[in-house]
Design a protein around this ligand. Structure first.
Ligand code: NI
Length: 177
């Protein structure tokens, strides 16, 4: 088990497109995923991308439990997603609050597509192929953005809806990230 330091916004590596994974089911890949999970759980995150622990490769993990941050969200299955691609199924978007382990203590209102199809592989090179909507679609877009060098503040349309959790939601108990 290894909890790794989480890179914060401002680190150049977070803005860099991540490299594809070419070898699956390797000790290296399993260790990377274990470290990502340990780090995500320790920080109470809803998902994490490999660049956030300083590894510029196309691996994300998300889901598996109801998020403290998004208690009304439909359950997202625990997923290890490697080399993902996304196809948006229509132009519909909706706004929602997002946070990120790399932007601690803050939230922003981010428009995301509501219906999409995504594909990729798990750590054993098994194909993942899903059509999803709502919160699941939002999480996938947020995590895949990390692999393209995009952080959610770059997608906020109205910067008045971006701020610190304790100022945006006074009196509410919301976990830090
Ligand atoms: Ni994030």
């Amino acid at each position: 088990m290894a909890i790794r330091p989480i890179l914060k916004m401002g680190e150049p590596l977070l803005l860099k497109p991540a490299d594809l994974i070419y070898e699956f089911d390797t000790p290296y890949l399993h260790q990377l995923i274990t470290d990502m999970l340990d780090t995500m759980k320790h920080a109470n995150g809803a998902g994490i991308a490999a660049p956030q622990i300083g590894v510029s490769q196309q691996v994300v993990v998300f889901g598996g439990s109801k998020s403290q941050r998004y208690p009304d969200a439909n359950e997202v299955p625990f997923t290890v997603l490697i080399n993902p691609t996304i196809n948006f199924l229509n132009d519909e978007q909706e706004d929602g609050w997002e946070g990120c382990l790399s932007v601690p203590g803050m939230r922003g209102m981010v428009p995301r597509c509501t219906h999409l199809h995504y594909q990729g592989f798990d750590q054993y090179a098994q194909v993942i192929d899903r059509t999803v909507s709502g919160f699941h679609a939002r999480v996938v877009q947020h995590e895949v953005d990390h692999l393209r060098g995009i952080l959610y503040p770059m997608r906020i349309r109205d910067l008045r809806q971006f701020g610190f959790i304790d100022s945006l939601f006074p009196g509410q108990v919301i976990s830090d990230d």
